[in-house]
Design a protein. Structure first.
Ligand code: FES
Length: 113
C-alpha cells in the first residue's frame, strides 16, 4: 500500500521530519482527500485546483502520482511564473487537492509557499 508523508522544509532547503505525519493511502485518492479521510487537515482553499492554497513540493516519489490534469497545470503555471526561477528549479510542485496517488511507493511532500 502506498504511503504519503508530510515533512517540513527549512528556509535553507533542508528537510526536517519534526512533526512528520505519515499515512497509508489507497491508490486513486488525491493527496488532500487521503489525509482528510484519516483526520488530518492539510492547507487548502477551493479544493478545485483553482487557488493553489494546497500546493506542495514533492520531495520524493513523484512517479507515484498521476500526471497533473489541465486545471492543475494551468493553476501551477500562473502561480509559479511569479516565483524566482532559482526557488523552483528542479522542484516538483503539485496541488494536493488534485494530485492523485497512482503508484505503490512512498511519496514525501512538504508545504510550498
Ligand atoms: S485547494 Fe485550491 S487548488 Fe487545491
Amino acid at each position: 500500500m502506498p504511503t504519503v508523508s508530510v515533512k517540513k522544509t527549512n528556509p535553507d532547503g533542508t528537510v526536517t521530519t519534526e512533526n512528520e505525519i505519515e499515512i497509508n493511502v489507497e491508490k486513486g485518492l488525491g493527496i488532500w482527500e487521503a489525509f482528510e479521510a484519516q483526520g488530518h487537515k492539510l492547507p487548502a482553499g477551493c479544493l478545485k485546483g483553482m487557488c493553489a492554497a494546497c500546493r506542495v513540493q514533492v520531495l520524493a516519489g513523484a512517479e507515484n502520482l498521476a500526471e497533473a490534469g489541465p486545471t492543475e497545470k494551468e493553476t501551477l503555471e500562473l502561480v509559479l511564473k511569479n516565483k524566482d526561477p532559482q526557488e523552483i528549479a528542479g522542484k516538483t510542485i503539485r496541488l494536493a487537492c488534485q494530485a492523485k496517488i497512482s503508484g505503490d511507493g512512498a511519496i514525501e511532500i512538504a508545504p510550498f509557499n
